[in-house]
Each structure stands twice: as C-alpha cells, then as structure tokens.
Design a protein around this ligand. Structure first.
Ligand code: ZN
Length: 463
C-alpha cells in the first residue's frame, strides 16, 4: 500500500442512506477508503470536523452557449460558477450555442470549446425537425441523450433550435427508443402558450404577471400528457426538464406507477422564488415555464418531500444583462442564471429550513441524475471506488450573496441579496481541488477562489 493523495477526516459524510462521521481517503482520483478512521498516511490532510462532506452535484441541465455565443456564457466561466457552487459534473444542453448540437460535426465543434471546462461534463444532443437521420450517429458519438422542445424555444435566430412538431416528436421517440437513449422534453403546449401570449400582447398586457398567466400550469400538463401518450406508444424513455407544478408531477407519477420509463426534474427557482419575485426583480427572474404562486410552490415542496421528484437541476441559462432589459417583459430573454446556487439553495431551504433529510436532497442533486444518465457508479455518490468528486460544506456559515461572489460570465442572479445559511467551502473533482473559499479568512468579504486550471473530462454517453 502506498500513500494516499488526500485524506479528509472528521466530516459528517452524506451517503445514500445515512449521514455519518467518516474519514475519506483518496488515491489516483478515486475514493479508496471510507471508514471511521483512515490510518494511512496522506500527502495532504484536511481536518474537517464539524463540516459536511457531500458528493458533488451532477447538474443535468445547463446552457453554456459555446460554441459561437461565448459572450453569453462559456465552458470555463460557467463551470467555474458550478465548481464554486459544489457541482462537479454537468450535462450541457444542445441549444443556445452556434451551431446547436443537432449533428456530429456540431458536436465536435462543441467538444473543442468544452475542453476549457473546470469540472467533468456530458453533452445533450438535439432532436429538431429534419435531423432524425442524425440521431443514431449522435448517439454513437457519445451524446448522453436528446433534448426537444414542445413549445418554441424563444430567442429568435439564436442557435436556430426549432421546436419539435408532433410528427418529429413521434418519429424521434421511435428512433431514440431503438437507440436505448432518453428524450428530455421541455413540456409546454405551444398552441396554448402562443395564443395566450399573442392575446396578452394585443391587449397591451405585457408585465411579469401577464407573462406568467400566458403560460399556465394547464399548458404544462397538456404537453406532459401528450408526450406520455407518445412514449407509451413508442416505448421511448422520457425525462421532463424543469417541471414547475405539482399537477405535472402527479401526471408523471401515474405514468411511473404504470411502469413507464420516465423521470422528471424541477429547478431550485421553482422551489425558492415565486411570481412575486419575477414582478419585483424583472426579467432576471424570467423563465419558462414561469415562476408560480406561493401556493403552487408549497405543493411542489410536498411532492419533493414525498420523493416524487427525481432530479433537481439549475437550468442555468444566462445572457448579457442588456437582453433582460427590453421594451416589455415578453421580449426579454428568458432564463435564470443560478448555476452557482443550486446546492446551497437546496441544503438551506430543503434541509436547514424544511428539515428534509440530507440523503433525500443529495439523491435529487447527485445520485439520481448520475444513475439516470449512466454516470453512476463513477459519479453521484460518496462510495468506495467512485470518483473523489467531493464538496465540503459548512452548515453553520451564513452569508449574503453578492454579485462579486459569482464566477459566471455575467455576474447577476435572482439570488443576489439573499441570505444563505450554509456555504460551499471546497470542491474537489477526482481528488483535485478546484474551488476553495479560503477557510483561513472567514470574514464576509470572502469571495472564494478557483483553485485549478481547466481539467474537466468529457463523459461520453452509452460507453
Ligand atoms: Zn434549459
């Protein structure tokens, strides 16, 4: 037996079934010991008594905009924000970059840009009208799954990622089922949201409330129903992204009980912000589906607590701030830039405030996405033999989020000014420190620092 590269002792370790005080030993990027005491010598020893060690978040839904739109967000800046927020693996969406990832040549262009990533990553391919014949080659080239929109993605001309009409969806599902991959869906009924938005704008009703009313929960549920029918017919595995309502969760739960291969994600913003925040903050808090009422948010927490939500992902979707400041709310770019805050929001509001067990929270943030997208057991869990993707958190550390804390390209977020009751102290990817708050200096000025050069690796799907 040689020497460990890293030993972290005394922390409360959050595992699949329990939280226990354990020592962790790391060698060659892997967790090689996990027990009450690790006696082996290590090149580096971190004393972490009183702190919590969590598996790095696996964020299944981010938009990093490269290639082509790196002035919105890039792999290096976006992944730095993730590292500072305790995320060690992410899956980048196929749209909002140029070209969108709807063919193998486009995937290859993205892979060039992605090697500036600080943490590990996988990539989604797109299902759009006209690219059915690209799906097989994209799957072979290593996309983790496919993403399609049931409503218009918005942002005219940006990335030219088109909504999948019903025939494209049905044919796409047949092929994706054959390929044994998963189709991720943005589920809002286009006919409803397009008509309601047009009517609202025609009447001059163009504020945040009007926007929310133009994308009702019934539009989300209509699209979920439609997609489930098609999935039942084709046998395609589905993953519903950013579900905003308990009603839609119930529909998906019914499908699961029927034995269908379907999962869903929600996002921290649906659990921590409401339509009133969208009114107060403006388009910084604009997203689709929109933020809901406090009453709906309470119902969403209930289904989270009941274990009916598989995955929580950031849907980090930033843009230059000017694009948030348009003539009216419907014209502003939609997308919430929350990459850095997902884990802290969920531990704070889910565990510290609502007393949900940490293993439940961590299952939605790490274990379930890793399992669903074929990244487990390498990713998603603190376990022997897994990658040492680790996050040290202080659950007794309060701070107020400021713009200067954010590592992403455009330093705004709907959580600026929010008081957090926990904080990410350090993040390791495969045993390499990528972020540290600098625990020696606990004063509130502390901005944290990125501790490594880009070293993220591509996790190709279906391997
Ligand atoms: Zn998205």
């Amino acid at each position: 037996m040689g020497m460990l590269d890293l030993k972290i002792t005394g922390a409360f370790v959050v595992m699949k079934q329990q939280v226990a005080r354990m020592d962790i030993g790391v060698m060659n990027g892997k967790i090689v010991s996990l027990s009450d005491t690790v006696a082996m010598e290590a090149k580096q020893h971190i004393h972490a008594a009183g702190l919590y060690m969590l598996p790095g978040m696996v964020d299944a839904h981010v938009h990093f905009n490269e290639p082509g739109m790196g002035h919105w967000e890039g792999f290096e800046s976006g992944s730095s924000a993730l590292a500072a927020g305790g995320c060690t693996t992410y899956i980048d969406m196929p749209l909002n970059g140029l070209p969108p990832t709807v063919s193998v040549p486009a995937l290859n262009v993205k892979l060039q840009a992605a090697n500036r990533s600080l943490v590990d990553y996988a990539l989604w391919g797109g299902l759009v009208p006209g690219n059915l014949d690209q799906l097989e080659s994209l799957a072979e080239a290593g996309v983790i799954g496919f993403k399609a929109f049931m409503s218009e993605p918005g942002g005219d001309g940006i990335g030219r990622f088109e909504r999948a009409d019903r025939t494209t969806l049905l044919e796409g599902m047949k092929r994706i089922a054959k390929l044994g991959r998963i189709l991720a869906l943005h589920a809002e009924d286009e006919e409803m949201v397009a008509a309601l938005a047009a009517e609202s704008i025609r009447k001059g009703k163009t504020d945040a409330h009007d926007f929310a009313e133009s994308r009702p929960i019934s539009a989300e549920c209509a699209a979920v129903r439609q997609a489930l029918l098609m999935a039942e017919e084709t046998g395609c595995a589905l993953h519903f992204v950013h579900i905003s309502s308990a009603e839609a969760v119930w529909l998906i739960q019914e499908a699961k009980l029927k034995g269908m291969d379907v999962t869903l994600e929600t996002c921290p913003h649906y659990l921590t912000l409401t339509v009133d925040d969208m009114v107060r903050q403006g388009a910084v808090a604009k997203c689709a589906p929109p933020l809901r009422s406090m009453n709906e948010q309470t119902k969403l927490w209930e289904v989270v607590a009941a274990g009916c939500v598989d995955i929580i992902a950031s849907d980090h979707s930033p843009c230059p701030l000017e694009l948030k400041q348009q003539r009216h709310f419907f014209e502003a770019w939609g997308g919430i830039a929350g990459a850095q805050s997902s884990l802290e929001l969920m531990v704070d509001e889910g565990h510290i405030q609502r007393k949900l067990p940490l293993p439940l929270i961590i299952a939605m943030l790490s274990l379930n996405p890793a399992r669903r997208f074929g990244l487990h057991p390498q990713k998603g869990e603190i376990a022997l033999g897994a990658d040492a993707d680790l996050v040290l958190m202080d659950l007794d550390h309060s701070y107020t989020l400021e713009n200067s804390h954010l590592k992403q390209r455009h330093a705004y977020s709907p959580y600026i000014g929010k008081r957090f009751n926990c904080r990410v102290m350090s993040t390791w990817v495969r045993g390499q420190l990528v972020y540290e708050l600098n625990a020696a200096d606990q004063i509130s000025e502390n901005k944290g620092r990125i501790a490594a050069d880009p070293q993220g690796i591509w996790l190709s799907g279906g391997a």
